[in-house]
Design a protein around this ligand. Sequence first.
Ligand code: ZN
Ligand code: ZN
Length: 382
Amino acid sequence: MRCSPGSMLNLLRSGRIRFCSRRGKSRLPLWLRKIWAYMRLLVQSLCFNTLTDSDVVFDSIFEPVFWTVDYVTRWFGLVFVCLVVILTSSILVIAYIVLLPLILNTYSPAWIAWHICYGHWNLIMIAFHYYKAAKTSPGYPPTEKNDRPFVSVCKKCIMPKPARTHHCGICNRCILKMDHHCPWLNNCIGHFNHRYFFSFCLFMTLGCVYCSISGRNLFLDAYNALERFKHLDLEKPGIPVTGMGLLIGLLPSGQTNFHTPAPSYTFKERMIHKSIIYMWVLTSTVGVALGALTVWHAVLISRGETSIDRHINKKEIQRLAAWGKVYRNPFNYGKLNNWKVFLGVEKRSHWVTRVLLPSGHPPYGDGLTWDIFPVRKDLIPV
Ligand SMILES: [Zn+2]
Ligand SMILES: [Zn+2]
């Protein structure tokens, strides 16, 4: 997509000559001439720039789209958060009002204990990690002068950027170990809340799968009941139900093919059936979509990458492959070590206290330097 500077120069020169020859007679309004001058400046700065490549051209063309997305995400962040809270609360209301009485009346004591213990543990994990992910600051690079190492300078903040730090267009500042900006949390995912974000995704997926699997039979019963009800509604007295009569709305004379059973479902029963169907459809859909996202993030964490690292590393792999070299991610400490660093596990008991129970421990390191894993260097395959 790189423009040939020679050909572009000739094109612009010829355009300039023609434009200049008519300049004296130009009757274009001033605002139109200003826009034309600006457009010309844009084209020239894109074409006569040694740093221009396909990425720069792509970014320039799509800048208005990016700006609009950033703007909408920034101002509708709270709407997305409310949506998460409302949808999750609606499932909770259905679980407590509709499902819990059913469980208490029909299940054995062992199953009742399992559902109550697992359901509440899962709920606490979801609520805790969502709150912490949304409220914890992702971490920002220091603004005062310091002797910390940095890899580049942010063009927007005009500040040094440590390794893995990136600028978020929505938060409008640099974020330590930035993964992405999450509209559902109205917060950036960075060094200090990455674990909370992943745990929230994981426990929300587990909760949805739990609701989906344990509510499958109830869903099928409710669906069949509603279908039956629709049928009964159609077969109310006075409405012909079979043959040509149904098509034309009349029965042939002498035929008395009327059904007279009254609908046997009350309003409350219908609402219960609809609630169960709503809960099953919502939890199954979210379970599949969020499950896929969680698996993808688990793969990235196993590799010691964030979502942004993934893009950068992919390019580095291709760039070095062209030179016959192999790229090694400097933040990859090995699969198990990556998980230990990510989850903050320092000893065995931490798998329970820091992973399976709500824990507010901070992550390894300060997000500025990455020589952090407390094991012998020779064990780290960097
Ligand atoms: Zn920045
Ligand atoms: Zn952000």
